[in-house]
Design a protein around this ligand. Structure first.
Ligand code: BTN
Length: 239
C-alpha cells in the first residue's frame, strides 16, 4: 500500500495492527513522505519527499523478542543482495544498517507487536533505503551517508526499487523463519566480518574494544576483549 504522506510507516502499521481484525502477513506500507520518521534509539529519520524508500513490512510470527534483532539482520542481507545487480557493493553492519564503503545506505527498525485479544503477534520491520538522495543532502547528515544515486550516478524509480527488494527479502526472511539466526549466520558473518577484525562498541556511556569473535545464536555480537569473550546485545559499532 502506497501513501503520499504518513507520520511514519512503522507507526501507521502498528496502529492498524492493533485496530484491524484482518491484517495480512506480508503487508507492506510505503510512504512517499514521512512527517515523523523514526530511527533507532529515538532518532529521527529524515527523508525528502519522493526521494528515498520508506516502508514497513509485517511479518506474522510468534518468535520471541530475543529473535527480533536477527530478523533485522536477515532483512539487511536482503537489501545487500538486492543492490548487487545494481553494481553496488554493500555490506551489512551489525545490528541494523547497510553500508557502502563505511557510509550508510539503509537503516532498519524492527518492532515486535502482540495483540492482546486476538493473540496474533508479529514483527514490523521498517526500512529506510537512500535511493535518490543527493551528495549535498548526504553531506548535511551528521553521520556518513550515501545513496543509490550517489553510488550509481543515475536516479532510480522508487516503485521499481521497492519491487526489486521483494524477492531477496522474501528469501532471507524465509531462511530466518526456518532456522533463526543460525540459518543466516554463515552469510552474515562472511559479509559483516571478517572474524578477528578490531571493533569498538559503544552502548550509551560504555565503550568496549576488542576483536570480532563471531555472532551468537540470536545474532548477538561476540567480542574478544582482554576479559575474554563478551556478549553484546546492542550498541553502535565502529572500527
Ligand atoms: C535507523 O537506522 O536508525 C533505522 C531507520 C529506519 C527508518 C525507516 S523509514 C520506514 C520506517 N518508518 C519509520 O518511521 N522508520 C522506518
Amino acid at each position: 500500500e502506497w501513501y503520499d504522506k504518513l507520520n511514519s510507516t512503522n507507526t501507521c502499521m502498528r496502529e492498524r495492527f492493533y485496530s484491524e481484525s484482518k491484517f495480512s502477513n506480508g503487508l507492506i506500507i510505503a510512504a512517499s513522505e514521512q512527517t515523523a520518521g523514526r530511527g533507532r534509539q529515538d532518532r529521527n529519520w529524515i527523508s525528502r519527499p519522493d526521494t528515498n524508500l520508506c516502508f514497513s513490512l509485517f511479518i506474522e510470527t510468534d518468535a520471541p523478542l530475543i529473535e527480533v534483532p536477527s530478523l533485522t539482520m536477515a532483512v539487511a542481507l536482503g537489501v545487500v543482495e538486492m543492490l548487487v545487480p545494481k553494481g553496488i557493493r554493500a555490506v551489512p553492519k551489525w545490528p541494523n544498517d547497510v553500508l557502502v564503503g563505511n557510509k550508510k545506505i539503509c537503516g532498519i527498525l524492527s518492532e515486535r507487536v502482540n495483540h492482546p485479544d486476538s493473540q496474533r503477534s508479529g514483527i514490523i520491520t521498517g526500512i529506510g533505503l537512500n535511493v535518490n538522495m543527493t551528495t549535498e543532502e548526504a553531506e548535511a547528515i551528521d553521520r556518513p551517508a550515501t545513496s543509490m544515486l550517489i553510488e550509481q550516478g543515475t536516479a532510480s524509480d522508487l516503485n521499481e526499487t521497492l519491487a526489486a527488494i521483494f524477492e531477496p527479502l522474501q528469501y532471507w526472511i524465509e531462511q530466518w523463519e526456518k532456522g533463526g539466526f543460525p540459518a543466516i549466520r554463515k552469510t552474515w558473518t562472511e559479509k559483516a566480518g571478517p572474524i578477528g577484525k578490531r571493533l569498538k562498541v559503544r552502548d550509551g556511556e560504555i565503550i568496549k574494544s576488542g576483536l570480532l569473535a563471531g555472532f551468537g545464536d540470536h545474532g548477538e555480537l561476540l567480542l574478544e576483549t582482554e576479559n575474554g569473550i563478551e556478549t553484546i546485545w546492542s550498541g553502535d559499532v565502529s572500527q
